[in-house]
Write a protein that binds this ligand. Structure first.
Ligand SMILES: [Zn+2]
Length: 155
């Protein structure tokens, strides 16, 4: 199973193929790529399994799990108009963001940061709650800064 380069065309054995579409499976454990051979013009699909690793603040390394992202965000979303589909979509955006960096391992801070943007788009109150935990808000000033940031984003 080749991931980087050397993906041969199964029809003409040309070694250079072009990725035309990339999808991550629902469970997040595999990547399906639609490829096209520039030589013979035929298309085929490859399935690549990769595990994205997350290094915790403690130094422990564990596999990335989209469900953990979702359960972390769910707490911040209590009582907000956010449904399971919203959470699933957010989990997918976070994973795609992290995987698009092309690294085998990210830090847990990177996961937190990757959550902030999509969560802000989803719900500002949930975003503030999540940010207050993730960024260790210590008082009203921290909230004020975050709120000022949201206002600035709105222009
Ligand atoms: Zn070919």
């Amino acid at each position: 199973m080749a991931i980087l380069g050397g993906m041969h065309c199964p029809f003409c054995q040309n070694t250079d193929t072009k990725v035309i579409d990339t999808r991550i499976s629902d469970d997040g454990h595999s990547i399906r790529r639609r490829r096209e051979c520039p030589s013979c013009g035929r298309r085929f699909t490859t399935l690549e399994t990769t595990t994205l690793l997350v290094m915790k603040r403690s130094g422990n390394i564990e596999p990335f799990e989209r469900d953990k992202v979702i359960s972390g965000v769910r707490k911040a979303c209590q009582g907000r108009p956010i449904n399971e589909d919203d959470l699933k979509a957010l989990g997918q955006r976070v994973e795609e963001d992290l995987r698009s960096r092309g690294l085998a391992q990210v830090r847990s801070e990177d996961v937190g940061k990757a959550i902030l943007g999509p969560l802000r788009d989803l719900d500002e109150v949930a975003y503030l709650r999540f940010a207050s935990v993730y960024k260790n808000f210590e008082g009203l000033e921290d909230f004020q800064k975050a709120i000022d940031g949201l206002r600035a984003e709105r222009g």
